[in-house]
Design a protein around this ligand. Structure first.
Ligand code: GLU
Length: 305
């Protein structure tokens, strides 16, 4: 059961696998990896391994090491952002080593008059009434016109004007999103001085030349705002996107790092082979009719070009 890639999918793309080192790899990550490596190999492309440790409070080097080890055990070798480079110290692809790049891009937005300081706490946003149950927190624009000076303890937001963002997902077809209604003015640096996921990932995808983003459907809602932000940063056209299905736990919830039973390490210790893990991940996301073994070097065969 191959996945047919649309005819206009870029050939020889640069794509990326971008885990956050806030826990161990689980079957959901393995599924993402199957899609990333599979699509890249089917199209003669390149895989970049990016360590997304922008969240300093939750990221740990110990998890980064474990992720590198688990990827190696699965046989998944990136072409850029090699494990040996990460182990060697600083890396041009580890987000916490890229502060100078983010500072430069923030300066670009500041120069264009597109950002403002914000001292709102999450609590205030929750209580402001714009935070609907089960819907993400939408910023209500309170500090937009307050003219607060940038100082420590204040966050930075980028002004988002109303309007739709449309893109064609390579699996889901045409998508229309309205970033202002979803999230309001996007937070790019939080009150602790940490770069946010949305900002770091948008800067990185552009700066590193990523032209095909393959990732889980849980991030579909982020895509419109990332395209918008990329344009504000000067990227003329964004990358292409393919959002793959997620693996749900038996209870129907998204798999998380807390699901120890589906941890790649636990499976390994239980005697499951790398080929069985990749086969199970492929089957659970609709790439195989039933779990079968598949080796990392054969993942390209799951996709029809
Ligand atoms: N770092 C994100 C995660 O671990 C992935 C971000 C992305 O693919 O855009 O879920």
């Amino acid at each position: 059961m191959q996945f047919q890639l649309p005819p206009d999918t870029p050939r020889g793309p640069l794509t990326r696998f971008a885990p956050a080192p806030t826990g161990y790899l689980h079957l959901g990550h393995a599924a993402s990896a199957v899609w990333v490596w599979g699509v890249a190999r089917a199209l003669g492309g390149t895989v970049l391994l990016r360590i997304e440790d922008h969240d300093r409070g939750r990221s740990r080097r110990e998890y980064e090491q474990a992720i590198l080890e688990d990827l190696e055990w699965l046989g998944l070798e990136p072409d850029l952002g090699l494990p040996s480079e990460y182990r060697g110290g600083s890396s041009e692809y580890r987000q916490s080593d890229r502060a100078a790049v983010y500072e430069r891009e923030l300066a670009r937005l500041t120069g264009a008059g597109l950002v403002f300081s914000c001292d709102c706490s999450r609590r205030r946003l929750r209580e402001s009434g714009t935070d609907m149950p089960n819907v993400e927190t939408r910023y209500d624009g309170r500090c937009r016109h307050r003219g607060l000076a940038p100082e420590s303890g204040r966050g930075v937001r980028v002004r988002m004007e109303p309007g739709e963002e449309q893109f064609v997902d390579l699996r889901l077809g045409v998508q229309t999103q309205t970033p202002v209604e979803q999230c309001g003015d996007l937070l790019i640096r939080d009150r602790l001085g940490q770069w946010t996921y949305q900002f770091a990932v948008t800067v990185d995808d552009w700066e590193e030349g990523v032209n095909l983003v393959v990732r889980g459907e849980d991030l579909l809602e982020s895509t419109g705002r990332q395209l918008r932000l990329a344009r504000l940063l000067g990227r003329p056209s964004g990358p292409r996107f393919l959002h793959h299905p997620l693996i749900m736990s038996p209870s129907g919830a998204k798999l998380s790092k807390a699901n120890r039973d589906t941890g790649v390490r636990e499976l390994r210790v239980a005697g499951v082979s790398p080929e069985e893990v990749l086969g199970a991940a492929a089957a659970a996301t609709g790439l195989l009719v039933e779990p079968a073994t598949i080796a990392a070097e054969d993942l390209g065969a799951l996709f029809k070009v």
